[in-house]
Design a protein around this ligand. Structure first.
Ligand SMILES: [Zn+2]
Ligand SMILES: [Zn+2]
Length: 181
């Protein structure tokens, strides 16, 4: 049995079909297990990217894994068909399970809509952008965990668990997403 934290290093195109399908299932499970960390938890985002990557390879091979995904839904009691669809559409769609409680702002704790792309409410995004425009970033971090840009951003002690350093570009994108609806 393979350890989840030491995935095989070989490139996906070298994997056989059944291993690929199982990898897709494992990545989907990870998205389910880490669902409460949506929308911007690092591990859940990595799992979503893995789903996309493996799925692209399956499509390239013309493999239809819908029967396996249906079985996975039964195994996990989660709607994996919808989860897969939303993972593939990410970040336009965010792959929430129906059973996952509404997400909240990592900074102030208010409930945020499920379409929010960062775990921040509109007010906190605005406050963050204002702080950056005033050149007042007090961040001790200089990389944005969302996009990887090297930049001192808006520092949030997200949900009292980890420091997030949201860059201006990510805040602007999140703000535009709020404005769109
Ligand atoms: Zn807030
Ligand atoms: Zn960013």
């Amino acid at each position: 049995m393979e350890m989840r934290n030491s995935p095989p290093k070989s490139p996906l195109h070298a994997w056989d079909d059944s291993a690929l399908v199982e990898e897709l299932c494992l990545a989907l499970r990870d998205v389910g297990v880490e669902n409460r960390a949506l929308p911007d938890g690092e591990e859940v985002r990595a799992a979503i990217l893995r789903v996309k990557e493996v799925s692209a390879e399956l499509v390239k091979r013309g493999l239809d894994c819908s029967a396996r995904i249906t079985r996975l839904s039964r195994e996990t009691a989660w709607d994996m068909v919808t989860l897969l669809r939303d993972c593939l559409a990410f970040p336009e769609a965010i792959p929430y399970l129906a059973s996952t409680p509404a997400p909240s702002c990592g900074n102030c704790g208010v409930e945020i809509p499920r379409r929010a792309i960062l775990a921040l409410c509109e007010g906190c995004i605005r406050a963050g952008l204002a702080q950056l425009s005033a050149g007042e970033s007090d961040s001790h971090l200089d990389i944005c965990p969302i996009c990887g840009r090297h930049e001192k951003g808006f520092l949030v002690y997200a949900h009292g668990l980890e420091w997030m350093n949201y860059c201006r570009g990510c805040l602007e994108e999140a703000s535009a997403r709020y404005a769109k609806a």
